[in-house]
Design a protein around this ligand. Structure first.
Ligand code: ADP
Ligand code: MG
Length: 252
């Protein structure tokens, strides 16, 4: 079986800065994998390479057997950026279907953005404009916009990093609820341990720069994951193992 994402010996240098040491990783179709690492460990660089937005310096990358560039051109990759980047002159509903309006020939029918907006609790705000929404609500629109594309691969770069702690916790619960029933492969990037555990099937821990994989932890916690899971000793146990890997990768 071809992996949804396959990285072999991927490195990246920017001038004299080595951002990524050789990275080898296979993500299976339908898997939810988080890349967890400190700031500057090359997480965004890795995600941009998988998304076909940047080229590796060495090594090979494929997305469902094709080059990331081809996968991106074929609209087979959805992207949720760190800041929601909504169009201020479009309503919430119009932002949510933005990618459908510009890509009339999408490869697979995705979920209806109207249904998705309702699912993330934004139905009453469909006709509002982005400036009328809180940060968390804006980020939910960005999530809907990406998911409505119906792409088999979703890439997310710290989409909740700018939110307050309470909203951020709600968002990871929402994301798990949205992604669990789907066959979509998700590669999620974060520096939050709790976020990585709650969402993922597997967590890949990156070292401090240059980012290399210090360890991979399987998260064998039952799904669907309920918010109360975060009070479960099994949840803490995974967090503790990840914290140890992060410390190891920081050279402490
Ligand atoms: P992270 O997302 O984990 O915080 P990044 O992938 O953004 O890390 O960056 C990893 C390293 O590569 C950092 O030291 C950063 O300064 C450097 N870097 C990233 N992008 C560029 C770029 N376009 N030009 C030069 N250096 C870069
Ligand atoms: Mg980053």
């Amino acid at each position: 079986m071809t992996g949804a994402i396959e990285l072999a010996g991927v490195t990246k240098t920017f001038g004299r800065i080595e951002a990524l040491a050789p990275v080898d990783l296979v993500v299976e179709p339908g898997e939810i994998v988080t890349v967890l690492g400190p700031s500057g460990s090359g997480k965004t660089t890795l995600l941009r390479i998988v998304g076909g937005l940047d080229e590796p310096t060495a090594g090979t990358v494929t997305v469902a057997g094709a080059s990331p560039h081809i996968a991106r051109s074929a609209k087979r990759i959805g992207f949720v950026p760190q800041s929601p980047a909504l169009l201020p002159w479009r309503t919430v509903a119009a932002n949510a279907r933005l990618l459908l309006d510009v890509n009339r020939s999408r490869p697979t029918a995705g979920p209806d953005p109207v249904d998705l907006l309702a699912e993330v609790g934004l139905a009453p705000f469909a006709d509002a404009y982005p400036h009328e929404l809180s940060g968390g609500m804006q980020q939910r629109v960005a999530l809907v916009r990406a998911m409505a594309l119906g792409a088999p691969l979703l890439l997310m770069d710290e989409p909740f990093a700018a939110l307050d702690e309470i909203t951020r916790t709600d968002m990871r619960h929402l994301l798990a609820r949205l992604c669990e029933p789907l066959a979509t492969t998700v590669l999620f990037v974060t520096h939050s341990i709790a976020e990585s555990v709650f969402i993922s099937d597997r967590v890949v821990v990156l070292s401090a720069r240059p980012g290399r994989i210090v360890g991979v932890e399987s998260v064998d916690l039952a799904r669907p994951r309920h918010p109360s899971l975060e009070d479960d000793p099994a949840f803490f146990a995974v967090e503790t193992r990840l914290r140890a890997l992060l410390h190891e990768g920081a050279g402490r």
